[in-house]
Design a protein around this ligand. Structure first.
Ligand SMILES: Cc1cc2nc3c(=O)[nH]c(=O)nc-3n(C[C@H](O)[C@H](O)[C@H](O)COP(=O)(O)OP(=O)(O)OC[C@H]3O[C@@H](n4cnc5c(N)ncnc54)[C@H](O)[C@@H]3O)c2cc1C
Length: 492
C-alpha cells in the first residue's frame, strides 16, 4: 500500500475497534462518537491532502513501494531538510498548528529509530531488525501512531520500581515464548482514541532498579487488554463552530493508557530490561533533533496564528495606535521571527553522521523548544491583555438575527464600520485561543509537550558544548596576567 486517503484512515479505525472510555461511557465506535467525529474529520483531511495534486508533491516522496509521507523519509541533504520542513508546514497550516500530534510527529520518530536501529541492536540484532521491520510496516501502510512516555504522577519522589504497587507504572510482568506481558499505566497519549498504533519508550530518568520499566515497543491500539481513559472533552461535538471556531475542530483527545496484562509479541519489542539503554536511546537515536524539526515548524505556525489574531484584534477596535500596544505586538513578531530563524539555522547548519544521515542542528532546535515553552504562554497573555473585557462579553451565534439582532449589530461593531458579525467572530477566535479550556490546553501543551521545561533547560546546560564560550573566557582571563604584576606593559 502507499499513502492513505481520509476514507481509508476512517475505515481502518472502524475495522479496529478499541477500548476507549470517555465521560464514564465506553465508546463502541470512535468514528461515530460525537466527541471524536470532528477531529477525525480533520485528520482524514490531512490524509486526503496527500492525494491532492496541489499538496502531494510537497507531502509525499517516492518510497520503495510507492509514494510515502515525507516525514518517513530520512534526509540526506539540506535540501531534503527543507523539503521536509515544507511538508511539516503544509500539514501544520491545515490544522493551524493546533494539532501537536498530527501523524507526521511520530512518523518522524519512527524514521529516526530506523536510521539508528544499531542503537537498539546493542541488546541484540533482533531488536534492530524489529525496529526496521516495524518502520517499513508503518510507512508502507501509512499508519497513525500515538505515544505514551510518561508515568502516572502518583508520587514523583519515588522511582517507578519504588511505587507502592510495583506495576502502577507500566512494567514487564513476565517474559513468555510469545513476548512480554506488560501491566500498569502510562500517560499522556494524545489522539490515542483516533490512532492506529501505540508506541512506548521512555524519557531519560529511569534509575537502577527500574529494569522492569525499561521497555520500548509498539502495538496496535486494539490489542486485547489495552484500555484508553480519556480526559473530559472540551467539545462534546455539539459546540457551535461560530462560538468556538477552534475547539469545535481541533480538539485532540488525551488519554491515560492502561495495560491490563497486555501481550507484546517479540517482533514488536525494541528494547527491554536495560535502564542504561532506555535512558540513552532518546539522545543516541537523534530523535530529539528530528522531532524538534516537526514540532518547531508546527510551533511557528501556532505563533503566527496567535500573533495574527492579536494584530487583527488590535486593529478591529483601533487600539493599535497606542504605543504600548504596538510594543506588545512588536514583541510577538520578534518571537515569530526568532522561531523562523532558528528553523532555518538548524537546516543550514545541519549535522551529518558517519553513515551520511543528515539531521538539523540540535542547538538551534533545542533553543526553539525552550523558546516555544516560554514564549507561547506570553503571546497568549498579550491576546488576553489586548482583548480585555471584550473577550468575555461577546454574544452567542444565536443572538444574531433574533429579537435583539439590532442591538447586537449596533453595539458589537468595531472601528471603521467593521460589522458586528466580523468583530464577534474575531473575538470568539481569540477567546478560543486565550480563554477557553481548549486554549488553556494549547498553552499547557507548549509548556510540557517536550518534557518538563525545567529539566529540559537543566539538560541544556549539562549537555551543552561549552568549548567556544570557555575559549573566550580563557582569552579574557589571559588579559589579567598574574597577581603581583603592575599592569604596566613597559614592566612586563
Ligand atoms: C497537552 C499535553 C499533551 C501531551 N501529549 C503527550 C503525548 O502525546 N505523549 C506523551 O508521551 N506525553 C505527552 N505529554 C506529556 C508530557 O510529556 C509531560 O507532561 C511532560 O513530560 C511532563 O511530565 P508530567 O506532566 O508528568 O509532569 P511532572 O514530571 O510530574 O512534573 C510536575 C512538576 O513537578 C516538577 N518535577 C517533577 N518531578 C521532578 C523531578 N524529578 N525533578 C525536578 N522537578 C520535578 C516539574 O518541574 C513540574 O513543575 C503531553 C502533555 C501535555 C500537557
Amino acid at each position: 500500500m502507499t499513502v492513505r486517503t481520509g476514507a481509508q484512515y476512517v475505515e481502518h479505525l472502524q475495522k479496529h475497534p478499541r477500548e476507549v472510555w470517555i465521560s464514564g461511557e465506553r465508546v463502541e465506535d470512535v468514528t461515530r462518537h460525537r466527541a471524536f467525529i470532528r477531529p477525525i474529520e480533520q485528520l482524514a483531511q490531512l490524509y486526503d491532502m496527500q492525494h491532492d495534486p496541489q499538496f502531494a508533491p510537497v507531502l509525499t516522496a517516492e518510497g520503495p513501494n510507492g509514494p510515502v509521507g515525507r516525514a518517513f523519509v530520512a534526509p540526506r541533504s539540506a535540501a531534503d531538510l527543507i523539503a521536509r520542513r515544507e511538508a511539516f508546514r503544509v500539514w501544520s497550516e491545515a490544522t493551524l498548528g493546533l494539532m501537536g500530534r498530527s501523524p507526521d510527529f511520530l512518523n518522524t520518530t519512527l524514521m529516526a529509530f530506523a536510521e539508528s536501529a544499531d542503537v537498539f541492536g546493542r541488546l541484540g540484532q533482533r531488536y534492530a531488525d524489529n525496529v526496521v521491520r516495524y518502520y517499513d510496516y508503518v510507512r508502507d501502510n501509512d499508519l497513525f501512531l500515538t505515544h505514551a512516555l510518561i508515568t502516572p504522577q502518583t508520587d514523583r519522589s519515588k522511582t517507578a520500581s519504588d511505587q507502592e504497587d510495583p506495576f502502577l507504572h507500566m512494567g514487564v510482568v513476565e517474559e513468555t515464548t510469545e513476548g512480554l506481558v506488560v501491566r500498569g499505566a502510562r500517560m499522556l497519549a494524545t489522539l490515542a482514541p483516533m490512532a492506529d498504533e501505540l508506541v512506548i519508550y521512555s524519557l531519560p530518568g529511569l534509575r537502577p532498579g527500574d529494569e522492569k520499566h525499561a521497555a520500548a515497543f509498539a502495538i496496535p491500539i486494539d490489542t486485547p487488554g489495552l484500555r484508553l481513559i480519556c480526559r473530559e472533552p472540551f467539545d462534546d461535538g455539539s459546540r457551535s463552530t461560530f462560538d468556538h471556531p477552534l475547539s469545535s475542530h481541533f480538539e485532540e483527545a488525551d488519554a491515560l493508557v492502561v495495560f491490563d496484562d497486555v501481550l507484546v509479541p517479540w517482533d514488536r519489542v525494541f528494547l527491554h530490561g536495560s535502564v542504561e539503554l532506555a535512558n540513552a536511546m532518546y539522545a543516541d537515536t537523534n530523535l530529539r533533533q528530528h522531532t524538534a524539526h516537526q514540532t518547531g515548524v508546527r510551533g511557528l505556525v501556532k505563533l503566527q496564528l496567535v500573533t495574527g489574531v492579536a494584530m487583527q484584534l488590535a486593529q478591529s477596535v483601533k487600539i493599535d495606535g497606542f504605543l504600548h500596544v504596538q510594543q506588545r505586538l512588536g514583541e510577538c513578531i520578534a518571537v515569530v521571527e526568532q522561531a523562523r530563524a532558528l528553523i532555518v539555522a538548524s537546516e543550514a547548519e545541519f549535522e551529518t553522521s558517519e553513515s551520511g544521515a543528515v539531521r538539523p542542528r540540535f542547538g538551534s532546535l533545542q533553543t526553539l523548544r525552550v523558546l516555544l515553552a516560554q514564549q507561547y504562554p506570553k503571546l497568549v497573555e498579550v491576546l488576553q491583555t489586548l482583548g480585555a473585557g471584550g473577550l468575555l462579553m461577546m454574544p452567542s451565534a444565536a443572538d444574531f438575527g433574533g429579537p435583539i439582532g439590532a442591538d447586537v449589530a449596533k453595539y458589537y461593531r468595531g472601528a471603521d464600520g467593521l460589522p458586528a458579525v466580523d468583530r464577534v467572530r474575531l473575538y470568539k477566535l481569540a477567546w478560543d485561543l486565550c480563554g477557553d479550556a481548549f486554549g488553556q490546553r494549547a498553552v499547557q501543551y507548549e509548556r510540557y509537550y517536550a518534557g518538563d521545561p525545567l529539566r529540559v533547560l537543566a539538560g541544556n546546560y549539562l549537555g551543552y558544548d561549552k568549548t567556544d564560550c570557555f575559549r573566550l573566557v580563557d582569552r579574557a582571563l589571559g588579559l589579567a596576567g598574574e597577581p603581583g604584576g603592575s599592569g604596566d606593559p613597559a614592566q612586563a
